[in-house]
Design a protein. Structure first.
Length: 134
């Protein structure tokens, strides 16, 4: 597994627990869905644009069809059989809820067989702070 990072924003003012949950679920999914490709690769990045911090997790795994986009952030929605890729179907719903609670949004882009990139964007330094993540 190759892991790349492009962290242009190193300090984020956010809910520590919510951000940790969101990133953990995005990274876990990237690892799970790229585990069987010949040379798995994961990229994690951040940047600040227009007073917002954009985080992303990208993989070169199996990807998904964008026609299924409306289902991926819904609770208990799975695109693949449990036998092929274990999980409860709640991970991306947790991501969406955690990021939305911080005043942000999530979205994804993907092509089947070419991996996926998931974005989480939250306000930078203007929302109430329960924790600062360095």
């Amino acid at each position: 597994m190759i892991i790349d990072r492009d962290l242009r924003c190193l300090t984020i003012r956010a809910d520590l627990i919510g951000l940790r949950l969101a990133l953990r679920n995005l990274i876990d999914n990237a690892l799970k869905f790229s585990a069987h490709v010949p040379q798995p690769r994961l990229a994690i990045g951040s940047e600040v644009q227009n007073h917002r911090v954009r985080l992303w997790v990208k993989d070169n795994g199996i990807g998904f069809d964008m026609r299924d986009y409306d289902r991926i952030f819904a609770i208990f929605q799975r695109l693949h059989p449990q036998e092929s890729y274990p999980g409860s179907g709640v991970g991306l719903a947790i991501v969406r809820k955690a990021i939305e609670r911080m005043g942000g949004r999530v979205w994804a882009e993907s092509t089947p067989g070419a991996g996926a990139i998931f974005y989480a964007e939250i306000p930078h330094g203007i929302t109430p702070i329960s924790s600062v993540v360095d």
